[in-house]
Design a protein around this ligand. Structure first.
Ligand code: AMP
Length: 222
């Protein structure tokens, strides 16, 4: 099964992606994760995209198409994939459809998860991650007496650099979030419509607990 998972930043795409990947055995292709790995690794690609990502802007369609074209043709993707964070623009949606026609594949389901903007801003401004184990959590999950310690793996600051283990994503600041939401509503919703014209497409209400959203997703996927 090939699934495209779409939705505004902070709507819970990452959580639903993990559920789907585990329950359906899909390869998780998150373009945001691929780009963050390139930035963290200091590659040439990483250097090119770092400032664009920090500002909440979109990386160029050509570059994104190149990344996705290469990734979808790797052998592990042949058994089913979940695209997370791609496409985000109409040219990317059209590029994806053309690429899939080329390689004899299709999308079985496009899922668009929605939630009100204010709910998203509340969620994202309190989202933090651990540099060591990668856990993504709400600030509320931190120990108020030791907010710099990861509750999952116990990591503190890096002994060499003094960099705290718990950090907020550069693009999860309120102003940048508002900009990312605007990019979503002006560009990515149009990309969702372009895909809906070709593939089975479903809107999923993203409010409630992650399990409730997962149940809605399971309902439409059957
Ligand atoms: P995400 O983790 O999906 O929210 O992506 C983080 C950032 O990576 C975005 O705000 C963009 O700067 C960049 N990015 C990820 N996927 C795409 C895409 N399909 N097109 C353009 N930029 C992207």
């Amino acid at each position: 099964m090939n699934v495209v998972l779409m939705g505004a930043p902070g709507v819970g795409k990452g959580t639903q992606a993990r559920y789907l990947v585990e329950s359906r055995g899909l390869v998780h292709i998150s373009t945001g994760d691929m780009l963050r790995a390139a930035v963290a690794g200091g590659s040439e690609l990483g250097r090119r995209v770092e400032a664009v990502m920090a500002a909440g802007e979109l990386v160029s369609d050509d570059l994104m198409m190149e990344l996705v074209r290469e990734r979808l043709q790797q052998p592990d993707a042949a058994g089913g994939w979940l695209l997370d964070g791609f496409p985000r623009t109409v040219p990317q949606a059209e590029g994806l459809a053309a690429l899939l026609d080329d390689i004899g594949q299709a999308v079985d389901a496009v899922l668009v998860i929605t939630a009100p903007d204010e709910e998203i801003i509340r969620r994202l401004t309190s989202r933090v991650s651990c540099r060591v184990c990668g856990k993504i959590m709400n600030r509320k999950e931190l120990d108020p007496a030791r907010p710099d310690v990861c509750p999952a793996c116990g990591a503190q600051a890096d002994p060499k650099t003094g960099e705290p283990a718990i950090y907020q994503r550069e693009d999860d600041r309120e102003e940048t979030i508002r900009h990312r939401l605007e990019v979503f509503s002006t560009q990515t919703l149009a990309a969702a419509e372009a895909l809906a014209a070709r593939y089975p497409s479903h809107r999923i209400e993203g409010t409630g607990t992650p399990d409730e959203v997962a149940a809605r997703v399971a309902d439409v996927l059957g």
